[in-house]
Design a protein around this ligand. Structure first.
Ligand SMILES: Nc1nc2c(ncn2[C@@H]2O[C@H](COP(=O)(O)OP(=O)(O)O)[C@@H](O)[C@H]2O)c(=O)[nH]1
Ligand SMILES: [Mg+2]
Length: 286
């Protein structure tokens, strides 16, 4: 496993000219990890709103036309050689330039149309991390009973371990300020990355976290999740994360060089109550 780190040299490589769209004065980067999602990625990219400034598709050696299709829709396709959902996100974060990062799967199960609604909620609630909960699941085809039970159990365990109610610990759709990555110690390279980023958000009193529901639908193409193996590992990972010693975000200073605006807009507060930081800045891991 590698900790999250930013490599500035990744930034400019092969990037198509961006649209420089803005949403209420904020630039938005959408990151989509993909492993053989040729069926879904086209639908996702077609439905992304125009105000998205940068679209990053992180491909992990797909053997189908995922990368080709993504490029044809103007996405910046980057390739991560080492397999893994978390690994791909960490690579994507290295090249993200938007103030706000939005994530979703390439399988068309999360609604790209909901991005403006999520951003509205994000700004209205004055949060730093907004989790798009798939619950209640309204489309009976979208999630099997087994997956529902697994998701509920994992979310309950997370809520109990970290003393913060989280309805969907496994959702893959998030909206967050890029600068909060400075505050996070992201170690997992696989699917547990999804719960890890939420744990890093909810247990940090400087990161305001909220959740709202979205409409989740059935995916196109094959799932990459191995339900039993991944589910058990996710449980183990949560306990390990809860009871092991917390590391300081290892490469925060490097990240801060790339994100000079870090101190400007994150306010110190806890859970939904916005109050400006007294010092006007905060130090990662302080
Ligand atoms: N780049 C990359 N993407 C992955 C990997 N594993 C899964 N994905 C993508 O991550 C997203 C979530 O995976 P998915 O199979 O939909 O899991 P589920 O939503 O939990 O059923 C999808 O867009 C996958 O294509 C991986 O190893 N590398
Ligand atoms: Mg999915």
């Amino acid at each position: 496993m590698i900790p999250f780190q930013i490599d500035a040299s990744e930034r400019a490589k092969d990037e198509p000219e961006g649209s420089l769209g803005v949403y209420k004065g904020h630039t938005i980067t959408v990151i989509i990890p993909c492993l053989n999602e040729e069926q879904g990625i086209e639908q996702v990219l077609r439905r992304l709103p125009d105000f998205v400034d940068q679209i990053i598709v992180v491909d992990n050696g797909s053997t189908d036309r995922t990368a080709e299709i993504a490029r044809s829709f103007g996405a910046h396709v980057i390739r991560e050689e080492v397999r893994g959902y978390g690994r791909s996100y960490k690579k994507g974060f290295q090249v993200a330039r938007g103030d706000i990062i939005v994530t979703l799967d390439g399988d068309h199960s999360y609604p790209p149309d909901a991005i403006s609604y999520l951003l509205e909620a994000f700004f209205h609630l004055k949060v730093d991390f907004l989790n798009a909960s798939r619950f209640p699941v309204r489309d009976p085809q979208a999630m099997s009973f087994k997956h529902k039970v697994g998701n509920v159990v994992l979310s309950l365990v997370m809520s109990l371990l970290f003393l913060r109610w989280v309805r969907d610990s496994q959702s893959g759709m998030w909206v967050f300020r890029r600068e909060i990555l400075n505050e996070m110690d992201l170690t997992d390279d696989g699917m547990a990355f999804s719960e890890e980023i939420k744990i890093e958000a909810i247990r940090n009193p400087r990161i305001r976290f909220a959740e709202i529901s979205i409409l989740y639908s059935s995916r196109l193409g094959e799932s990459k999740l191995r339900p039993w193996r991944d589910g058990l590992y996710h449980l183990y990972f949560m306990f390990r994360k809860r009871f092991s010693r917390r590391r300081k975000p290892a490469l925060a200073s490097c990240t801060r060089e790339l994100m000079p605006s870090t101190t400007a807009s994150v306010q110190s507060s806890s859970l939904g109550v916005s109050e400006p930081s007294s010092s006007g800045s905060w130090a990662p891991g302080a």
